[in-house]
Design a protein around this ligand. Structure first.
Ligand SMILES: *Cc1c(COP(=O)(O)O)cnc(C)c1O
Length: 377
């Protein structure tokens, strides 16, 4: 049996090596390393895939969030509502821009922001809500959008873990993650569902004026070279990365199917166990399984993790320390105990290997090893 990894980018590459190598070589031969034609081609293909009016590529997912907030005209002191159970990037750019992250509890089943707790966080300084589609499943966008509309605040979707996920509204309308809010932001970090060979990101919007502004901000605030109308940043997607993404985008649906096949295997084998809970599937979103995250019940999660490691099964904890308990983001407003669900998740979640290259032997081995875990109860 092949060694089990959290991600297997090498085997994934080997399956499309010829196409990828050719695409990279073309960029090298053209030497159009910055803003080569592949960047626009990719933006257009991704826009078509998502059914989004505009896609603006940028340097990484963290920049995408920062540029989104800048484009919407955030002002120092503005408040941004975010789930407290998420990756640090979401909070980081908020703090960097002089805004205030307002942490909000998540739902203990879906892991996404608890929409019943958003409205009480809104003040006259609230600028935006940033729902994060964590682990690959959409946050409950319908109530989020209606709260945002009522209070006239922006919605910036963090799609870094859920590119391709589809949300269904109560009237049957279906939209891809990132195309529902004012702006959507994603990452092409190598291990994301659509990953490049370095850093990469993109911003989606359905508003053409906003798209123009985002494009300018991502490129030094200029539309015409050396004419800087607004303050911007240097955040472009390299042509080489765009060329790679052009190839890989064609396989995204296949990648999603493979991830779902792994998830269904785990669900089938692990749902009867009483010491772990398999991921809950919400009814109104597809799941693209960036992560397959269990919650342990009545066992010591860290002991369980060490046990799996000793059997050659890597796992990861997303995330071991909630944002409000991180040194950089701690505030007297949020002492330990402020977010009981998130704090419990930080002690109970464990993500199993899930990627496009896993095979049945590996899955049987992982599941039988988990079933053999010596637990009491
Ligand atoms: C990966 C990730 C980001 C940041 O993306 P980078 O490209 O690494 O900057 C932001 N938010 C979430 C939820 C992520 O998982």
């Amino acid at each position: 049996m092949e060694k089990i990894k959290m991600a297997d980018l090498h085997t994934q590459y080997l399956r499309i090596k010829q196409e990828i190598d050719h695409a990279i070589q073309q960029v090298i031969d053209s030497t159009a390393f910055i803003q080569g034609p592949q960047v626009n081609q990719f933006a257009e293909s991704l826009a078509a895939y998502l059914n989004s009016k505009s896609v603006i590529p940028c340097a990484n997912g963290t920049d995408a969030l920062q540029i989104a907030m800048m484009a919407l005209g955030c002002k120092p002191g503005d408040e941004v509502i975010i789930p407290v159970h998420t990756y640090v990037a979401t909070a980081e750019v908020i703090a960097l821009l002089g805004l205030k992250p307002v942490f909000t509890e998540v739902d203990g089943k879906s892991f996404n922001i608890d929409t019943n707790q958003i409205e009480e966080k809104i003040t006259d300084r609230t600028f935006a809500i940033v729902p994060v589609h964590l682990y690959g499943q959409c946050a409950d966008m319908e109530p989020i959008l209606s709260i945002a509309k009522k209070h006239q605040i922006h919605v910036i979707e963090d799609v870094a873990q859920a590119l391709g996920a589809v949300y269904t509204f109560s009237d049957g309308r279906k939209l891809r993650a990132g195309t529902m809010g004012t702006i959507g932001c994603t990452s092409f970090f190598p291990s994301k569902n659509l990953g490049c060979f370095g850093d990469g990101g993109a911003i989606f919007t359905q508003h053409s004026e906003l798209a123009e502004k985002i494009k300018m901000i991502a490129n030094h605030g200029q539309k015409v070279k050396y004419h800087h109308d607004i303050i911007g940043v240097n955040s472009r997607l390299d042509t080489v990365q765009a060329a790679i993404l052009n190839v890989k985008l064609k396989y995204l649906d296949d990648y999603e199917k493979r991830r779902n096949w792994v998830a269904e295997f785990y669900d089938r084998e692990l749902s009867p166990l009483n010491f772990v809970e398999v991921p809950y599937r919400v009814v109104n979103s597809t799941h693209v399984f960036h992560q397959y995250t269990l919650q342990t019940k009545g066992i010591d999660r860290d002991h369980f993790k060490t046990y799996l490691e000793s059997k050659g099964i890597p796992t990861m904890i997303y995330y071991p320390v909630p944002l409000h308990l991180q040194k950089a983001y701690a505030s007297p407003e949020y002492p330990a105990g402020s977010f009981r669900i998130t704090e419990k998740l930080s002690r109970s979640v464990i993500s199993l290997p899930i990627h496009t290259e896993m095979n049945q032997d590996q899955l049987f081995y992982i599941c039988s090893t988990i079933k053999a875990y010596p637990h009491h109860g």
